[in-house]
Write a protein that binds this ligand. Sequence first.
Ligand code: HDE
Length: 682
Amino acid sequence: MRNNQNSDKNNKEKQLDAFTVDDKGTKLTTNQGLKVSEDEFSLKAGVRGPTLMEDFHFREKMTHFDHERIPERVVHARGFAAHGEFQLYENMSDFTRAKFLQDTSVKTPVFVRFSTVSGARGSADTVRDARGFATKFYTEEGNYDLVANNIPVFFIQDAIKFPDVVHAFKPEPDNDIPQASTAHDTFWDFVANNQETAHMIMWIMSDRAIPRSFRMMEGFGVHTFRFVNEQGKAFFVKFHWKPTLGTHSLVWDESHKLAGIDPDFHRNDLWNAIENGHYPEFELGVQILNEEDEFKLKHDILDATKLWPEEVVPVKIIGKMTLNRNVDNFFAETEQVAFHPGNVVPGIDFTNDPLLQGRLFSYIDTQLIRLGGPNFHEIPINRPIVPIHNNQRDGYHRQTINIGKVNYHRNSLAGNTPAPASPAEGGYEHYQEKIEGRKIQARSDSFKDHFSQATLFWNSMSPAEKKHIIDAFSFELGKVKSLSVKQQVIDMFANVSLELTQAFAKKIGMPPPTKGGSTITESSPALSQQNTIFTPSTRKVAVILADGFNGPDVKYVIERLIDSGLTPEFISENQGEVIGTNGVTFNVDHTFLTAKSVQFDAVYVVNGSKTSKKFNKDAAYFVDEAFSHYKPIGATHQGIQLLTLNKYTGEPGVITGNDVQRFSNDFIDAVAAHRFWNRQTV
Ligand code: HDE
């Protein structure tokens, strides 16, 4: 996996190498470097006697173990990360002086951490939640962090409410239940009493909150940022990541089952994709608005509960990020990485979005406690690839040994160095925005429309997506105990859509609203996942087979699947080999016990001439479940009998036939289509 030829490594990899230790083949030592002769038995007064304090190795080993944990992140505790690189498609110097956005030949090393927001470190991957999508660019001008989410808006408009929204969505404080779920009273009470949440809630109730994979999620910087070019001219900018595999989701029932069957589903998916050379790719997009156009959109661009519809302000694709290397050590890299929206480079600046302004305070503050002091920038994963020179000194866990006597500015003893750099020398200069106003604690009138874009989102959904949103509201509110909270939520969402609210009110046994509704008729096609990229690439196909299958035909199909970028995995009754005609054999990856249909994108039923009753029962269950999750199902030879028996042949996305060339073409197309929503299912 890791490329050992030093010359092929980027600067960040080389830097990380300096801290990498390979213990394989070495002798055991204490942390003082003393060789240890006994690591199984502590020092005792007699073989049956008490352990002695004098056993320094025992005490060191145990003490270190006792202190292995650090506090988990207060939000985004569960995450998974990978290394990669970013390369620009076109020079952006008209808009920004950021160097890594100017030179198309430069490959900027990146480290990306994906996360859920609400659950604890050990919670399941597939819960309904927003996903974090934080990228650290190790640029030649210092680290730039784009700390993004997979949803383009946020719950609240002002950072002062962040502790409240987080308290409300976390488990309830009396019994710490439920884990990683918003389906409880306090969350929905918060929602109803803080109605700026309406738009974000629509996204959280949508398929966006149950992604198929980290590799199939969009990323959004959420806030309006600022680009500043060499001439000092500024532009407003929103950042986007667009996955080249398209944006795809699980279905709710599937995500529930996965939480038990494979709580590491997204981790496994990302890790395996990278190990198999299926490197995830995301294109970086920007929406740019001239400063003069600040008030031209229908909403305030400083309000983080609003997006800029892509049909109004197009997304310009400017580069691509490729994730091509898994971490060497989860704790050292993924757990210790510290992101901060305030880590910017010249040419990227902030706006007065009150949510962003609060974030600029919070991230360093949280790292201080989580990583135990002010020197967390020295942890290898957090170090920039450029040298650090300043007069900051000391503090817990200081690694740097600054030499010399001078640790203050201004000085004469060191020629007044380290010296500030002018903008021409690469020094960061804050954008000189003109500010005028009274000190005031209030919401701007321009932030007060909470429902228009929630309706825009609803209007943009396909019928299947709308149904999923209704189901999600029905599930979440179905778990809420307080009738008053349910009623308040119904009253609130009647402002977004009567169709939506009437549908879920009925399901939760509440009177459907008759008043309300929205006059907004616009939609934004870019918001629907029906309009994303569809490709079979990297999809996982479960191949169900038993001894006596048609060797040459199945071999042909499997080769076609692999050529099209799919990953077939073989499932049978027992592990070992399955043998088909003409001596064709495959190694069984999983049994029906170790793999379930929810872990795959599609099923190819082969069966064979030697199936047992138990095999047929397990295969039928597997296919049933995949069918009810709208997944593509293919069958050839004996497999067709099973589908005929279950009356699935002829349904959308069910491909059968023994002309294996035609079968392969149709099945691969079906896999690319992701799901068949027009299928009649349970
Ligand atoms: Fe965060 N957020 N956040 N956030 N956030 C943190 O920082 C915070 C917000 C996001 O993989 C914390 O290191 C405040 C929006 C990601 O390590 C903390 C507000 C967006 C991650 C914090 C927000 C994000 C965090 C917790 C409202 C999308 C994980 C641990 C003003 C644009 C980064 C930590 C990782 C993490 C504060 C809102 C994204 C507490 C105060 C909006 C991806 O500092």
